[in-house]
Design a protein around this ligand. Structure first.
Ligand code: AQP
Length: 329
């Protein structure tokens, strides 16, 4: 079986963007591939984070994975910090990634712009090499992510090829797996930027855990434009984003959606989008509630997952350590 690796940060609770852009695809791929799905808590401390929130969000993300349909018996679900090979390989790869290359990462540029100078950590800068290590440790063939992660995937391929050329064939060069429609869900408040769970404005995102009234309220407040006509184009980014969400959930084409709102206004359209989201999330939310009340079960899952992940990761790490010249103990 071909291998898949992907992960999400417990930098908050998961958004509709995380779900439609990535998690939904993970579920589709689980029976066909050998999947490693991780909660990347080490990535989540690259920006300031309260320890108690990190613990809470880590449990939530794991519960969200399972509730969205990932089967813990079929895929390997684990927490990144439980497998120390991630940190160990990341250090080595930091010595093969270039300063200039990391400086060109748009996620770093976007995130560092929002922080005070003395809050921009070295960890935020080297975040991409930790992600490179995550992927390469499992010799992943495919990495299902949202469009926003494409650049980090390119870096992963470059660093892997560089290492292979310098020594000998060590890493599999992974392919990104990015579904086209709705690959990037945008903020409801600033539809030119992506929907992000760490956005300070909570009207900008829908969480998988938002209740029906919250979803209705956030949709009512979603930014649109003064055109007043439901159309799919670059001048109506807010409306376009809502059409994408609608399409991704119902599998209707954007054309079908646009024609069904011929002569109707934004209020009715937004109202329908809200109800579609609520229906999609209802069964997931019931499972999330149940899982978060059963932490013992979640603990069993992540312990089992870490053991499986560690076995695979250790093999790659040993190979790499030997190639760079570290003496085995
Ligand atoms: N808006 C989005 N549309 C589509 N896909 C998205 N993803 C994230 N936002 C969108 C995909 O979700 C996965 C998890 O990403 P992550 O948690 O590693 O971090 P991120 O990409 O930085 O996601 P967020 O929600 O924006 O987190 P913060 O706010 O902490 O930075 C990835 O596959 C990503 O592509």
């Amino acid at each position: 079986k071909k291998v898949i690796f992907s992960g999400m940060q417990p930098s908050g609770s998961l958004t509709l963007g995380n779900y439609l852009g990535a998690l939904k695809n993970w579920v589709k791929l689980q029976s066909e591939y050998d999947c490693y799905y991780c909660v990347v808590d080490m990535h989540a401390i690259t920006v300031p984070k309260e320890p108690k929130d990190l613990r809470k969000n880590t449990f939530e993300v794991l519960a969200n994975y399972i509730a969205a349909g990932l089967d813990p018996e079929q895929v390997t679900l684990f927490i990144q910090s439980h497998v120390s090979a991630h940190a160990e390989l990341a250090w080595i790869l930091n010595c093969f990634a270039y300063y200039g290359e990391l400086g060109r990462m748009t996620q770093f540029k976007d995130k560092s712009k929002k922080l005070d100078n003395n809050a921009i950590t070295a960890g935020l800068f080297t975040y991409p090499t930790l992600m490179v290590a995550d992927i390469l440790l499992y010799q992943a063939d495919l990495v299902p992510v949202g469009e926003d992660q494409r650049q980090h995937l390119e870096l992963t391929r470059d660093v892997a090829a560089r290492f292979n050329n310098r020594f000998s064939e060590t890493f599999k060069i992974p392919e990104p797996f990015i579904s086209k429609e709705g690959a990037k869900i945008m903020s409801l408040q600033e539809p030119q930027s992506k929907m992000s769970k760490s956005d300070s404005n909570d009207n900008s995102y829908i969480l998988l855990m938002d209740d029906a009234d919250t979803i209705r309220r956030k949709l009512k407040r979603a930014v649109t434009d003064s055109e007043g006509v439901v159309r799919y184009n670059e001048n109506q980014l807010g409306v376009k984003n809502l059409i994408n969400i609608y399409s991704k959930i119902t599998n209707k084409t954007t054309d079908e959606i646009v024609s069904s709102y011929d002569g109707k206004g934004y209020a009715e359209f937004k109202n329908d989008v809200a109800e579609i989201i609520i229906e999609e999330l209802r069964p997931i939310q019931e499972k999330i509630d149940y899982l978060l009340k059963n932490k013992d079960y979640l603990e069993k899952i992540y312990i089992m997952g870490a053991e499986k992940a560690e076995n695979k990761a250790r093999k790659t790490l040993r190979k790499v350590q030997k190639k760079v010249g570290f003496i085995p103990r």
